[in-house]
Design a protein around this ligand. Structure first.
Ligand code: ADP
Ligand code: MG
Ligand code: ZN
Length: 482
């Protein structure tokens, strides 16, 4: 029997606001435990929540970016549960009427439905000392309690672990372009639960789903789903029933284990939050927010292909990160001021290979690049106008990377200007021919590749400064006539 995998993702994303969702407490990551708290987020009796406007606006922007309908009237709901990290014993969330609904994301040409995006508050964090002290105890840090989250729920439309990862990375990119979240999985500002089930191929009904929690990297999401599909397939083939349950992913052991049987919605006893009025959004607010949406990754990608004649692949790499895309466009626009020669393609190459290569090596982001967009444009101008050879350019780039040097200055100070003077090149070519009789004989004997060694010898004499095309041309002429 062949099985089909069915996946739906619930993504929790921390909305980038300065204060919490219902109180004025700050949201800075890494603050001392329990320093960003007040009676409201600690759930003292008698306090009243006040909605953070920015959080709602950021959610609406996100909803619009993924084609959702924005609810002009949405309501908050209490989701009840008892946990030591949630002193109120309920979480303020949205249930029946979320702020955004019915959107989608297109991944590799396939539409993945987005069921809903709703606002909710985060809970605190527990720290268990088990095994590390004489007395086992747990500590609670309520800094996270009340941090604004948006929960983005997808339809069960994904059919493979890779598709789930592609959806997640595309969603992450959009959130970063919108600047509504840091999306840092390590700091918990982007969390994902994966719902996984299998069904016989061709079947129209869904199987029971298992909810996987605790993945904190793309790799983790993929591994956890793969493991789960395998586990469910084996269980089903052994005649077992798949129970609806929540399982925890353990990245170290590369396995998941059951956490609890899945609660049903009615277990939470949802009811409308009596301390908050329905959230009313006007058409004008929606259209203002729509206008504030920047160009999104997919549009930028196709524009890069069209406008700069880049390959899909390069455009993809450059738009994979908003900062890289900005760096590229800034560099191209600067380069166009410096020279009439085309620069876009070359700048793209230098970014995707040399610059990103170096940055990734040291785990650096574009913001930390010692090479500026202007300097890269100058370097490309020097190459495009044949002031320096491609080989010398690599040396110049080294200086730019290690010393933040201006390429024009490097070339002047080190005398790296490319030699185009045929008289000078003629001299080096004669020297190379005279010193390598064996190679010359090989070449004349029909081994055309041997010319490479002669070019290398000329380049050595010229300290890498001779123009390689001229060297090639002159060498061939001389060898043919000699
Ligand atoms: P809950 O909060 O109880 O997990 P939600 O409605 O928030 O419920 O999320 C349900 C998620 O599970 C959605 O992403 C949905 O696409 C997914 N899902 C529902 N049924 C299945 C199924 N049979 N297999 C895989 N995923 C499913
Ligand atoms: Mg869930
Ligand atoms: Zn507070």
């Amino acid at each position: 029997m062949k099985y089909e995998t069915v996946i739906g993702l619930e993504v929790h994303c921390q909305i980038k606001t300065e204060s919490k969702l219902f109180c004025p407490c700050g949201t800075a990551f890494g603050s001392p435990p329990n320093s960003n708290i007040c009676p409201i987020c600690c759930g003292h009796p008698g306090v009243l929540p006040v909605l953070n406007r920015k959080a709602a606006e950021f959610l609406i922007k996100t909803g619009l970016a993924v084609g959702c309908t924005i609810s002009k009237e949405s309501i908050f709901a209490r989701k009840q549960y008892f946990y030591p990290d949630l002193p109120k014993a309920y979480q303020i969330s949205q249930y029946e009427k979320p702020l955004a609904e019915h959107g989608s994301l297109t991944i590799n040409g396939k539409k993945i439905g987005i069921t809903r995006i709703h606002l909710e508050e985060d809970a605190g964090k527990l720290l268990h000392t088990i095994g590390s002290t004489e007395l086992d105890f747990s500590l609670v840090d309520l800094n996270r309690a009340g941090i604004p989250l948006m929960e983005i729920v997808s339809e069960p439309d994904m059919r493979s672990p890779q598709e789930a990862v592609d959806y997640l990375s595309s969603l992450k990119m959009i959130l970063q372009y919108l600047d509504v979240s840091d999306c840092d999985m390590e700091k918990g500002s982007l969390r994902c639960d994966a719902n996984v089930s299998i069904r016989p191929e061709g079947s129209k009904t869904f199987g029971n789903r298992v909810e996987l929690k605790n993945m904190n990297s793309f790799r983790g999401v993929k591994d956890a789903i793969e493991y789960e599909v395998d586990r469910q397939t084996r269980a089903t083939e052994a005649g077992e029933r798949i129970n609806q349950e929540t399982r925890l992913w353990d990245a170290d052991k590369q396995e998941s284990r059951p956490m609890r049987s899945k609660e049903q919605a009615h277990d939470y006893r949802y009811f409308p939050e009596p301390d908050l009025l329905p959230l009313l959004i006007s058409d004008e607010q929606i259209s203002d927010l729509r206008k504030s949406i920047p160009e999104l990754p997919a549009d930028k990608r196709s524009r890069f292909v069209r406008e700069y004649e880049l390959t899909e692949y390069d455009a993809n790499v450059l738009t994979g990160d908003k900062m890289i895309a900005e760096f590229f466009e800034k560099s191209v626009s600067h380069g166009n001021k410096l020279t009439k020669k085309p620069v876009a393609k070359m700048i793209s190459n230098w970014i995707t290979t040399d610059l990103l290569g170096r940055l990734n090596q040291g785990n650096h982001t574009m913001a930390e690049s010692p090479v500026t967009a202007e300097h890269l444009a100058s370097l490309v101008k020097l190459i495009a106008e044949e002031t320096i050879s491609g080989k010398i350019a690599k040396t110049v780039f080294e200086e730019m990377w290690t010393n933040r040097a201006d390429p024009e200055t490097v070339v002047k100070e080190k005398g790296l200007v490319q030699v185009m003077d045929t008289g000078q090149i003629n001299g080096w070519v004669d020297q190379a021919i005279a010193q390598n009789p064996k190679i010359v004989a090989e070449y004349k004997g029909g081994k055309e590749r041997a010319i490479g060694a002669l070019v290398g010898s000329v380049m050595k004499f010229s300290k890498g400064q001779a123009n390689p095309e001229l060297v090639n041309k002159i060498l061939k002429e001389k060898l043919a006539s000699a």
